[in-house]
Each structure stands twice: as C-alpha cells, then as structure tokens.
Design a protein around this ligand. Structure first.
Ligand code: SF4
Length: 205
C-alpha cells in the first residue's frame, strides 16, 4: 500500500480553498509555542485560526502554565495575515493519568503516546464541533519524534466521530521543523527538553 503524503493532501486542500476564495475556520490544537511557531506562520495565510491549548499530559502545573504563557506571548508578537486567537481549556492532569493507566512504563513513542494523542485529538474534535469550526488539526505532527501517520489516523477517526473535518498534516515537511527552530530562536521561545508527562521527564533523568 502506498504511504500517504499528508503534506501533499494539505497542499491540495489549500489550493482548492484558494481557488474558491474561502478562508475556513480552523481549530488548531497546540502543544507548545515552538511547535506552533511555524504552523501558525504557515497556516494563518490560509485559515482563520483559533489555537486550542489542551494538554493535560503536562504533569507539572508550572510547566503547563509556562508553555501556555509562551504560546500567548508568541501570538501577541506576530502579525498574522488572518486572525489568530486562543480558546481556554480545563487543565486536569488526572484525565491523562486515567487515559494511560497501565502504560506508564511504555517507552516514549509507544502505546502510551497513542492514548495521549487520542485524548487530545478527541477533545479537539469535540471542541471544534461545539464551536462550529470548519476543520481541526494539531501541531504535534511537526515533531520528528511523533508518529505523524498515527496522529492523522486518530485525527480522521475523531473527525468522523464528531462530524468535523480533520485537516491532514505533516508539518515537519517543507522544512517545517527547521523553520520552527529558527523562529524559536528569533522570538526567544522556551524550548522544553522533555515531552510533557512525568514519564517522559524521568527518561531525561
Ligand atoms: S511522552 Fe509525550 S506524547 Fe507520550 S504520553 Fe508523555 S506527554 Fe504524551
């Protein structure tokens, strides 16, 4: 079976929207400012974006709040072509611990991460439907450490479940990841050295 190229699929959607002269409303799930830096720069030319910061996987409340404030700061510093705003979400790390119960000892990139993606993408799909967005996606696909095919598979499943379009993405393509590093330096964004949950932090020692 041919491997899907999610970036090409996104290109085709953007080309069609441009031809049709439409700027769809996108709910963009954001994990942190560095990952969102390129995604917002790129997508805001074509979409009216609301950032959805829903990350109960971040175990430390201080870390959660710091990543959130960095996201707000980045948005306030940029002059985007189309509007970019943020919507609040509840922060309850227990929802993450419940979701990954029994998989605490899995390595990063293993089954625990699949559950973590599912938790965050299901909440994003639900929120996108509730607020009447045209589509939703996540910045998580920019990370070379995350399985973009799995993220797209779960995103499509959640889109179908809640009746809102999943925007295919693989933001590391087109030098997206490299650009995010450049932007993080330029805007002096906090770049954490672990993914977010207490288990990924342990791994860092
Ligand atoms: S390592 Fe990252 S993606 Fe995996 S479960 Fe922890 S926070 Fe979620």
């Amino acid at each position: 079976m041919n491997k899907r190229n999610y970036q090409k699929e996104l290109d085709r959607i953007i080309e069609k929207n441009t031809r049709d002269g439409v700027t769809p409303r996108l709910l963009l799930h954001v994990c942190c400012a560095p990952c969102s830096s390129y995604c917002l720069e790129y997508l805001s030319d074509y979409f009216d974006i609301t950032v959805y910061y829903f990350n109960p996987n971040i175990t430390s409340p201080d870390e959660y709040a710091y990543r959130l404030s960095e996201e707000e700061r980045y948005i306030s510093l940029r002059d985007f072509k189309n509007p970019v705003s943020m919507t609040e979400s509840d922060y309850d790390p227990q929802t993450f611990f419940d979701a990954v119960k029994g998989l605490e000892r899995e390595p990063e990139g293993g089954r625990r991460c699949g559950r973590c993606f599912r938790l965050r993408l299901e909440a994003s799909a639900r929120k996108a439907k509730e607020l009447g967005f045209d589509c939703f996606t996540t910045t998580l696909t920019i990370s070379p450490l995350k399985n973009a095919a799995l993220l797209n598979e779960i995103g499509e499943e959640m889109g179908a479940k809640y009746g809102v379009m999943w925007l295919p993405s693989d933001f590391k393509k087109k030098e997206g990841y490299k650009r995010s590093i450049v932007l993080s330096k330029e805007y002096d964004l906090y770049r954490q050295n672990y993914c977010g949950c207490v288990f990924s932090r342990k791994k860092e020692g």
